[in-house]
Design a protein around this ligand. Structure first.
Ligand SMILES: [Zn+2]
Length: 142
């Protein structure tokens, strides 16, 4: 089973384009950018819309529900702050945005492409990182 990150995990660097993402995570919300001009959602955060090149954007909360698009398991070298293998995953959010994150709390050998995931939040002192896990309802019946 993949263990959750430990306290040694490096703190992500925030900049004017990404601060909203980390601020939302600290409040246990998952948020992405929405173009103010064409309304397209996008992630990762950036200064301009890849669809229409507008520099105007707003923050849009998303559900945190998605599916596993792809993943890899990092065994060696050990990922800083992870106690054991780290699952680096690409998650398709139900809003149509793709996000790179981690899957925690699941044996990597049992992960299935396309399976449902939901966001969860790992809290550290002063910051929080969104990650993904199998939905709680599924865990309850396993
Ligand atoms: Zn746009």
């Amino acid at each position: 089973m993949t263990k959750a990150p430990t306290a040694g995990r490096p703190r992500p660097a925030a900049n004017p384009d990404t601060r909203f993402f980390w601020d939302a995570a600290f409040e246990r919300r998952l948020a992405v950018q929405r173009c103010s001009a064409c309304r397209a959602l996008r992630h990762p955060p950036g200064p301009a819309c890849p669809e229409c090149h507008s520099l105007d954007w707003e923050v849009s909360d998303v559900s945190g529900r998605g599916t596993l698009y792809s993943y890899t398991v990092l065994h060696h070298p050990p990922a800083p702050g992870f106690d054991g293998p780290a699952v680096i995953a690409v998650v398709d959010l139900e809003e149509g945005v793709r996000m790179v994150s981690n899957v925690v709390g699941a044996d990597p050998a049992t992960l299935t492409i396309g399976e449902a995931l939901e966001v969860c939040f790992e809290e550290y002192v002063g910051w929080t990182v969104p990650q993904f896990r199998r939905p709680a309802a599924r865990e309850a019946v396993r």
